[in-house]
Write a protein that binds this ligand. Structure first.
Ligand code: NAD
Length: 524
């Protein structure tokens, strides 16, 4: 692995504020060299069979299995996550994705035979599934290991060279250095380039063949503009304001546990974390106090945590200082607009250790119920009918993910279909993301494109359409010369074949002379 860095950005531990190390932005010359190496490596990757590429990816899996504990320590030091959050969503998920892609990639990346209409019966149509070239992956700070490894390995399996620019908040530089030194992974096939926003912009300016971006809506817009100027295709995995809908027939215990986890896992720093909760009026007075009582039992991160223990806390630290400010602003706005605080809230201004915070009496004028908070907060609202809650859930510029909870799975599925978003779970939350066969992505402001599954792998490919013909007839009926007799035959064939009722006799009578023209007629 080749980690390049050169303008000091301090990387700190959010649990205790210690500065861990500094990174610099690479120079233009260094960026050019990175692309040169990527393009040289890409030629080699393209020549490899899918089995050889899978053997390389197995090295990532072996590395993860061997160094699980060290990887978790590195992630926790830069993010402040609870150990189990880091394990489940980053380390475990990477091994699971690799396992699935070993099965999915050979099938998905095979050339395809494509059917053709009767008029092209003598020809063959194919789709060649080819690499794009060099793919640039730009990632956020909430899953710094997973977000780097997973798109990179998918891009690699598809035959591309990959350059990754991780978030400057959590670059994991020492970990990537160790990975490239010890995993034995193919040189220059994946290069991690640490640096800030400017590095991201400079990398785009070097014209990668595709950009795969995960991050905020604001940055996504800027990147799309930059890519539009250079006509670089870009996939955007952006933010969300996920609703969960609770109907009054649910099992309160399971549902409360599921909601609690969906809202507070990873300290709410999930693009698909539950931020809005709609509870039907018939169960509201039982459900909400139960949820709040359970939530108060969760252990919140604190500076003296023993991060080597899986029981050090349930709700980890908030990673980025600017995110602490956004969460505080949303909590203050909710209080000022009359929301009722049921638990949590700001304990110490500026602290990265924010307890799980629940509000009721919320409405969509409050930031906590309408803008992405990206922290351990939950805004509860009461509803009466299915129609009303569908309208409320869809009343958002975001459309990433959602969940519907009801013993009536038919109703759950009906509501899932009515929600304007890219992903939904019925009686669970976010677990669609645990299935790498399922594509993931958003609608509205939540993004463009699909990641994972077959669709996600094909997003890293050039789907080349190929028609193969013989050196047969001298001319095709629709080639020059254009003549009245050919035109009449072509028109008769269209009417005979595509008319309301198919006329086989008329078809044969006109298609045969049309066909034979090709053998007789030359373009003069
Ligand atoms: P961000 O948009 O601030 O930064 C993401 C990355 O973009 C970073 O690496 C940053 O350096 C880079 N960047 C910023 N400006 C740039 C520019 N002008 N040119 C090139 N690169 C630039 O996002 P963040 O704060 O790191 O992450 C949090 C956001 O990510 C949240 O909105 C969250 O919902 C979203 N997210 C989405 C998904 C998803 O799959 N949909 C997953 C995780 C996080």
């Amino acid at each position: 692995m080749d980690v390049l860095s050169s303008t000091a950005i301090k990387v700190s531990n959010p649990i205790n504020g210690t500065i861990l190390y500094e990174i610099d932005d690479p120079s233009q010359e260094q960026i050019k060299a990175i692309y040169d190496r990527a393009r040289a490596a890409q030629a080699k990757i393209q020549a490899m069979s899918i089995e050889q590429r899978i053997a390389e990816v197995d090295k990532i899996r072996d590395y993860v299995i061997q160094y699980e504990s060290m990887i978790l320590d590195a992630i926790i030091a830069e993010t402040g996550k609870a150990r189990t959050d880091a394990f489940a969503a980053e380390v475990f998920e990477v091994t699971d994705v690799i396992d699935v892609y070993k099965k999915l990639a050979p099938k998905t990346l095979k050339d395809r035979k494509v059917p053709q209409p009767i008029f092209l019966i003598e020809k063959k149509s194919r789709q060649f599934i080819e690499p794009l070239g060099t793919v640039l992956v730009i990632t956020p700070w909430n899953f710094p290991f997973y977000q780097v490894i997973v798109p990179s390995l998918m891009s690699f399996l598809a035959g591309n060279a990959t350059i990754v620019k991780p978030s400057e908040v959590t670059p994991l530089k020492p970990l990537w250095d160790h990975f490239f030194a010890h995993s034995g992974f193919m040189k220059d096939a994946i290069q991690v380039v640490t640096g800030g926003k400017e590095t991201g912009a400079n990398l785009i300016a070097m014209r990668p063949d595709k950009v795969h971006f995960t991050g905020s809506v604001g940055t996504g817009r800027k990147l799309m503009e930059a890519c539009a100027k250079l006509l670089i295709p870009i996939d955007l995995e952006l933010g969300g304001k996920d609703p969960a809908i609770i109907f009054d027939d649910v099992d309160i215990d399971r549902t409360a546990n599921g909601i609690m986890w969906g809202a507070f896992t990873n300290a709410g720093q999930n693009c698909t974390g539950i931020e809005r909760l709609y509870v039907q009026e018939g169960i509201y007075d039982q459900f909400v106090p139960y949820l709040v009582e359970r939530t108060k039992r969760l252990r919140t991160s604190h500076p003296g945590r023993d991060t080597s223990s899986a029981e050090d806390c349930d709700v980890g630290a908030v990673t980025a200082p600017f995110q602490v400010r956004i969460i505080e602003e949303h909590i203050e706005d909710a209080l000022a607009k009359g929301a009722k605080l049921l638990c949590g809230g700001i304990q110490e201004k500026g602290s990265h250790h924010i307890p799980p915070t629940i509000f009721e009496n919320c409405d969509h004028t409050m930031k906590i119920a309408s803008e992405e908070t990206f922290g351990p907060t939950l805004a509860i609202m009461k509803f009466k009918t299915e129609e009303e809650v569908i309208r409320l859930a869809n009343d958002s510029p975001y459309g990433l993910s959602a969940s519907v909870w009801s013993k009536d799975v038919e109703r759950g599925t009906r509501v899932a279909r009515a929600l304007k978003c890219g992903n939904v779970c019925v009686n669970n939350h976010m677990m669609n993301e645990a299935n790498p066969y399922l594509p993931f992505g958003g609608v509205k402001d939540s993004g463009i494109g699909r990641f994972k599954g077959e669709d996600g792998l094909l997003a890293f490919c050039n789907l080349k359409s190929v028609l193969i013909d013989k050196q047969g007839k001298l001319i095709e009926p629709q080639w020059y010369p254009y003549t009245n007799s050919k035109y009449k035959l072509l028109s008769a064939v269209m009417h005979a074949w595509f008319g309301k009722s198919r006329n086989y006799v008329k078809f044969v009578k006109n298609v045969l002379p049309l066909d034979s023209i090709g053998n007789k007629e030359k373009f003069k």
